[in-house]
Design a protein around this ligand. Sequence first.
Ligand SMILES: *[C@@H]1O[C@H](CO)[C@@H](O)[C@H](O)[C@H]1NC(C)=O
Length: 865
Amino acid sequence: MRLLGLLLFLTSPALLEASLRPAKRSYDTHSYYVIHHDPSFGQSPADSAAALGAELVEQVGELKDHYLVRYEKDSQPERTLFNTGDEPVTRSKNVLTRRHDNLPPSIRSLTYQTVRQRVKRAPVPSFPSVDEVVSKLNIHDPMFSSQWHIVNKDDPQHMVNVTGLWKEGITGKGVISALLDDGLDYKSEDLKANFYAPGSHDFNDHEDLPTPKLWDDKHGTRCAGEIAAVKNDVCGVGLAYDSKVAGIRILSGPISDADEAISLNFGYQQNQIYSCSWGPPDSGRDMEGPNLLITKAILNGINKGRGGKGSIFVFASGNGAASGDSCNFDGYTNSIYTITVGAIDSKGLHPYYSEACAANLFVTYSSGSGKHIYTTDVGEKVCSHNHGGTSAAAPLAVGAFALALSVRPDLTWRDAQHIAIHAALHFNPEDPDWEMTASGRPYSYKYGYGKMDVYTLVHIAKSWQLVKPQVWMSLPTIEFEDAAMEDGVMTGGEPIKEGGVRSTTTITKTMLEENNFEKLEHITVKVWITHTRRGDVEVQLISPAGIKSVLGSRRPGDSADTGYPGWTFMTVKHWDENPIGQWTLHVFDQGNSEAGSILGWSMTLWGSAIDPEDTEKYELPDEPNEGHNLPPHPTATTSTSKQHVKPTHHLPGDHASQSGEATRPAFHPTDSKPGTSPTNSPTTLPADEGVFTHMYDLLSNQLWLIGAFGIVIIFGVGAGVFLWRRRQLAKRAKGAYAPIPGDNMPMRSMEGGTGQASGSGEPGSGERSAGGTRELYEAFGVGSDDEDEADEHSALTGGGASRYVQQATVSYHDGFLDDEGLSTAHTSRTPYRDELAPQQDTQSPRREGSDGSGDGSWQDASEPR
Ligand SMILES: *[C@@H]1O[C@H](CO)[C@@H](O)[C@H](O)[C@H]1NC(C)=O
């Protein structure tokens, strides 16, 4: 009987149907319940339903013993069974159980089915179709449907998301971007109408127009097309298709540093954005940056370009990832003044060529996983189907900033970086390279703060409140035992043994306040490290909150024995982090037969001011090489000529066909090596510390120290102390500690001193300052690295302060600490109101940053090629 019932039940049409397709629900007319049936009582599910006076609907999908039943709304059986009043128990309680609610034995439970609306996972962008965009915006460009970075049919979540802006009429009007590249085909039908001739120049052939002439002069034209290809009937469209592009041709032959410097500021009141898809070789062996002249040009663009709001320099992160290269070893991308852009492919994956590093701000689309970037090419109506590499990502970022500047021309160069960070989207959340930062934003060396969403970027820009002016805070250089650098040769320092060297420095609230420092943005860290194999060395910075920046990653191909002769690394990973507390530099190597030492390091924080009135723009020294990183081998400061490597040089042929990845960290796990337990090396030489402490205390008690002149003295003291220690010239050092007069020096005289100290070498500056000041100045400011004893004697025997300034300048090249002393000279011009405030803290940094460690991330640690 039971069996029969079961057979009948199993063959009942309702159930047969149920197994195929769910029955139609009628929530308007019926209440639905799910019964958990207990077959052990020999009842069929239909029996159970009947016992409740309900109608069996069907099994609940694939759930064994669960059945959907229903009542007609407010039917008598439902009421009788469950009513305790007017409200059915089940509706307020939702679930009745056999144990508690007196259900028939074959029913374990009965659950009322609430009908509710599920909310889609936000954000659910409505992705426009190509057709929709084409018809709404009247686009006739034949290649538009191939431009997947604008509308991605296959992977709609992976595109720059710009079409919504076009619909709002935001198309880049009034903005000009300059392509520093190998030319720009202004005769192309796709660029002609948006070409801006006055902002263009050819520095290779010295002509007005950036005509592509060599067979492979196609790069600049392709990049320009991504930004501003005209909306017409040729090829595709640029992201900012109503903006203009200028071409500055520099990559098609050797150019001098002077010309490169000119090019970076060319037309810089009209050219607002500079698109730079090039850099030093991405070989994984080079460590190279702009030299001083070029650095000055970039800083000049930052300080004076765009009416003082700053040129926007966008740089491609580099294509050397497959060779183990990192953009922290490229002085252009590793700079606070450039926006470094890496690549992801059409599937949102990391292409194997795109370089990772702590300077990456964000990523956007380029070649990989089988696709290229479609854009304009050289020729009247020629289109490119094989553009790619990080070279192609940077111009998309340029196009995005062009759109942002078209709605907010008042954004400064730092606002551009801020909005980019705010607009970057977290994606590929499973990628192990992501790490949460102290600001609550995930960061990845591969992706920076995420992928650029142009719509979001521009809308954030629209309502963006401008950041307060920039300030910086340079911490005193931490120096290890017997560290010295002469003629570019570094000696002494702390040997990097197993476990590496850890060195710490502390930032206090007082220090921040004294330096008018409100919110952290970039950090630069300058290191002096010797090593017989540079690629074995890893340099990390660890914040008080435990956020770690890999600054110098290991590079398997880098066998240089030149170490890091004052290379400055930059990280954006601590953006908006509270800097108060202990910072640790951790330097370690592979522990093989190769060996090295760390001589010293210094750190500069860059951020926004507490008091915007009390700021001034950072400036580099007037004299070449002052306050600047030492090249490994001193190089001439005269103009030299070099050729930048073609951007495509290190881009492998299969850059588009290879699949990307989102499963590997950018750098090898670094802490997993055995024996990496930290050795707590002294962070500073006791002797040094003592000396510095003494001197700073001394200075801090003397309120007369007003003006940059005082800074000069401090630096002079530093240099002198260093000299003293190194040479053990105890006797002379003693002389150097002659008490500083306690009388208040009148402001006037300080101002005079300021002028003189700025390296002009004007005679008489020493005379104007108080006697004690001069003594100190003479004793320490002497350039000493000159091995010539006579110089040292002259230091003691006096002479005008100007003379010592001069000597210090010379010494800079050789002395490890001398660059600090030196850079003072240039900083002394600084009119900070409070800069002369006495140092309250022995660690108290000087805001001028001119102590050499504050030279930004620019360095010329490489020789011109
Ligand atoms: C993309 O653009 C649309 C408007 O077209 C916008 O609503 C959306 O928030 C943007 N961003 C994302 C991630 O969808």
